[in-house]
Every structure is written in structure tokens, then in C-alpha cells.
Design a protein around this ligand. Structure first.
Ligand SMILES: Nc1ncnc2c1ncn2[C@@H]1O[C@H](COP(=O)(O)OP(=O)(O)OP(=O)(O)O)[C@@H](O)[C@H]1O
Ligand SMILES: [Mg+2]
Length: 408
């Protein structure tokens, strides 16, 4: 039952905002976006990780009078506390050791447009005071300056923490919370809107098939049923990654119940394939394991692609003259530095080469990836572990286990 709109209105809104779904939660979200997007009012978006908060923020910007101005995304959780103020508000030359010239902050870069403060719950209390000031007066002091700067920026903030609880524990300022929460958009988690799975899955599968030029013939009804029994702790991001792996690995046919069941259960217990599964495995354990690793490689690749996109978005908003090579960017924390940025991606692609892959066991695929990454990073284990999103300790163990050495 549609509480908010007629069916055709839902279709139109989904298209306009790029936010798919017909569930009540999504409709209520679309209704709020439609109401508040054209205004300058600040908005707080709350929702679990991977539920679509950034998509909502982007829709608010795109459908505002600011759409032709910058949309600057700041992941507050990824910026070390010591430099967050200079990142957000800029600094004057000489404000601190290493501040060799004046530098613009994200707020100035976003002038005229929208700033998206992702993970706002992670900002230190001192910085929260400054944010409140920007919200109330539209002005701030760059670090080391005594002249306030005025900007015309709309603030959209997001958090996957319960900010109310953070206020109770004293980790988040009450005044800032009340100022922000006037308009709150709650993004429902996927487990609360399982009826949206078919729409989302079909869209992700079609897009993936077109992008990779592979054939996709659809899902069986049973396949959707199995998907709706899954918990999806990683929400829509998890669904999207999952569908893309399926479409790529199972290319050609209709995706049926047993396949979905097998992959979902394999994901749930990655180390051992559950012998109690009611579905008969028609592949050898080795083959199944290889698929699993492949699946993980695909996910890693996607995540890297998403990070790159994110970096691109934030960096593009800066005037070219301001781009210094030593410039810190929050996303760099999670990316390998130096020239390693695209590298893991390339390595994965090389290993995914079917000819090579056909001859490798699961362990060999992993060993190959670790070896290539180590070589890329000149055997710097910290960087390699970071790039592979693996705990450094795990990397050491695997190096030993696979007998990898510099002589390889
Ligand atoms: N309703 C939706 N329709 C289509 N795609 C969606 C929808 N919601 C989310 N997505 C897609 O799912 C992925 C995750 O969404 P997004 O990055 O916005 O989540 P998030 O809530 O910001 O996650 P995090 O808390 O981890 O930052 C993105 O690729 C996004 O495009
Ligand atoms: Mg996000």
C-alpha cells in the first residue's frame, strides 16, 4: 500500500532522485527529500552503514538551487583530530609548523554549494563548537586568523551512530544536535525494507551487465526469496556487491535459488562450506573456495573504485591552483600512497585473467595477490596490509604460511 504517493508518482520520484524502492520507509524519505531539497535548511541524515545516506545527500544537493555549485563531501571520521579544523576551515600561513602558505578549507571550497559532513558524530567536541557557529552565523575563523570568513554553504550531515545517545554520554554537543536534528531523514536499513530487494537487485544487475558487457537474464522468484531471508548487515552496499559478483561469476543464465543460496551461505561462513546445507554443492570444495576468494576480490575492487570516485568528487571541488601534491586528503588514509593508488586494482584484474585463474587453487590466488602487492610496495608490510585491507598480523602470518620471500 502506498501511503504517500500514487504508483506513478513513486516511479517519477525514484527516477528523479536515483533512489530506488517502494517500501513505506523509502516513500517517506522521498517525500521529505522533495520537500526540503529546494530549501537552504540543514538536514541530518541518519541510517546504518551502506543504507544510502550519501545518495540522499547527493539528491538534496542535486535538486537544490545550488546544484551547479560544488558538492563537497567530507568524511569527518577519516580526518585525524589534530588537523580537522584546518581541513574544514582552512589556515593562515604560519598558523602551525608546516603551514607554509594560506590554505582554503572545505567550507570555502563549498561556497555557494553544499557541504556533506559524513560521520559528523566523529568530530571532536572543540570542532563541534565551530560547526555550530557556521550553522548559526554562516561564518568561521580559519586556524590562526582573527578575521571571520563568511560563506554561503548549505550543511547536510550524516551519522550512523545514534547521536541522541552520544549527547547523553557527552560525546556530542547537545546544542549542535538540536540545531541539526530539526530536519532528520531516516534512511531505513535493508532489513526493514526487504520488499525493495527485487527492484534494487534488478537495477544493480542490469547496470553491472551493461558496464561489463555480459549477458544477464534475470533472477528466478526463488532467488529473491532467498535474498529476502538474508539479514544484509552491510545494507544496500552489501546487496550491490553481492549482485555484481553473482552477475559476473554466473554470467549468461537466469540466476536461480540454489546459486543465490550457495553464495549467501558461503559468505556467511567463508572458511568452511557448511556441510549441513540443504543445497547440494555441484562444485568441488576447491572450486567453491576459489569462487569465494574471487568474490572477495571483486568486492575489494568495487570498494577501491568507490573510494576513488569519492576522492575525485572532493578533490574536483578545489580550484586547480590549490592542488598540491603533498596535500592531505581524508581518503588517502585508506588508500595506499605514493603511486600505488591503482595498483591493487590492476593486480586483481591480472589475477582475474581466466587463463591464469583456471590453473590456480584458492590459496594460490591469495598468495599471488599478496606477493604482487608486496612487490608493489617494496615489501613494506604496513602499506601492503593497508592496501589489502588485511590486519598487519594476518599478513605476516600469511607470508610465513605461503613461504613468500623477497626472492620470489
Ligand atoms: N535506494 C537506493 N537505490 C539505489 N542505490 C542505492 C540506494 N541506496 C543505496 N544505494 C547504493 O548503495 C551504495 C551505498 O550507499 P551509500 O554510500 O549512500 O551508503 P551510506 O549510508 O553513505 O554508507 P556509509 O555509512 O558506509 O557511508 C551506493 O553504491 C549507493 O549508490
Ligand atoms: Mg557514506
Amino acid at each position: 500500500m502506498n501511503m504517500y504517493f500514487e504508483d506513478n508518482q513513486v516511479d517519477a520520484l525514484q527516477k528523479r532522485f536515483g533512489i530506488l524502492g517502494r517500501s513505506e520507509g523509502v516513500q517517506s524519505m522521498l517525500a521529505t527529500i522533495e520537500q526540503v531539497a529546494p530549501t537552504d535548511i540543514s538536514v541530518l541524515i541518519s541510517g546504518d552503514s551502506g543504507s544510502g545516506k550519501e545518495l540522499v545527500a547527493a539528491a538534496l544537493h542535486k535538486h537544490s538551487r545550488r546544484s551547479h555549485k560544488p558538492f563537497v563531501i567530507v568524511n569527518c571520521g577519516a580526518i585525524p583530530a589534530g588537523i580537522i579544523e584546518s581541513e574544514l576551515f582552512g589556515h593562515k600561513k604560519g598558523a602551525f609548523t608546516g603551514a607554509q602558505s594560506d590554505r582554503k578549507g572545505y567550507f570555502q571550497s563549498a561556497d555557494g554549494g553544499t557541504i556533506f559532513l559524513d560521520e559528523i558524530g566523529e568530530t571532536p567536541l572543540e570542532t563541534q563548537v565551530k560547526l555550530l557557529r557556521v550553522l548559526e552565523q554562516g561564518s568561521f575563523l580559519p586556524v590562526g586568523s582573527s578575521t571571520p570568513l563568511k560563506v554561503d554553504v548549505r550543511i547536510v550531515a550524516a551519522s550512523n551512530r545514534n547521536l541522541e545517545r552520544e549527547v547523553d554520554t557527552g560525546a556530542f554537543r547537545k546544542d549542535l544536535f538540536y540545531r541539526l536534528k530539526a530536519i532528520t531523514i531516516n534512511v531505513p536499513s535493508l532489513s526493514e525494507r526487504k520488499e525493495d530487494i527485487p527492484i534494487l537487485a534488478n537495477k544493480f544487475a542490469h547496470d553491472c551487465a551493461i558496464r561489463n558487457q555480459i549477458i544477464f537474464k534475470g533472477f528466478s522468484d526463488g532467488a529473491f526469496q532467498v535474498m529476502s531471508q538474508h539479514r544484509w548487515p552491510g545494507n544496500i552496499r552489501e546487496l550491490k556487491n553481492f549482485i555484481e559478483s553473482l552477475v559476473i561469476l554466473e554470467k549468461g543464465g537466469v540466476i536461480k535459488t540454489d546459486v543465490v543460496y550457495r553464495y549467501l551461505n558461503a559468505e556467511a561462513s567463508p572458511t568452511e562450506l557448511n556441510p549441513l546445507l540443504p543445497v547440494k554443492l555441484d562444485r568441488s570444495v576447491d572450486q567453491a573456495e576459489r569462487e569465494l576468494i574471487l568474490q572477495q576480490l571483486f568486492m575489494l575492487r568495487r570498494e577501491i573504485a568507490e573510494m576513488k570516485e569519492l576522492m575525485g568528487q572532493a578533490v574536483q571541488q578545489r580550484p586547480l591552483g590549490d592542488a598540491r601534491t603533498d596535500e592531505y586528503h581524508p581518503a588517502m588514509e585508506v588508500l595506499p600512497d605514493e603511486n600505488g593508488r591503482d595498483i591493487i586494482d590492476e593486480d586483481i584484474t591480472a589475477i582475474l585473467n581466466p587463463q591464469l585463474l583456471g590453473n590456480l587453487t584458492a590459496a594460490q590466488v591469495e598468495k599471488e595477490l599478496i606477493l604482487r602487492s608486496l612487490q608493489r610496495f617494496k615489501f613494506n608490510k604496513r602499506k601492503t596490509a593497508q592496501a589489502l585491507k588485511m590486519a598487519e598480523r594476518t599478513l605476516y602470518r600469511k607470508i610465513k604460511e605461503y613461504g613468500i620471500s623477497k626472492e620470489h
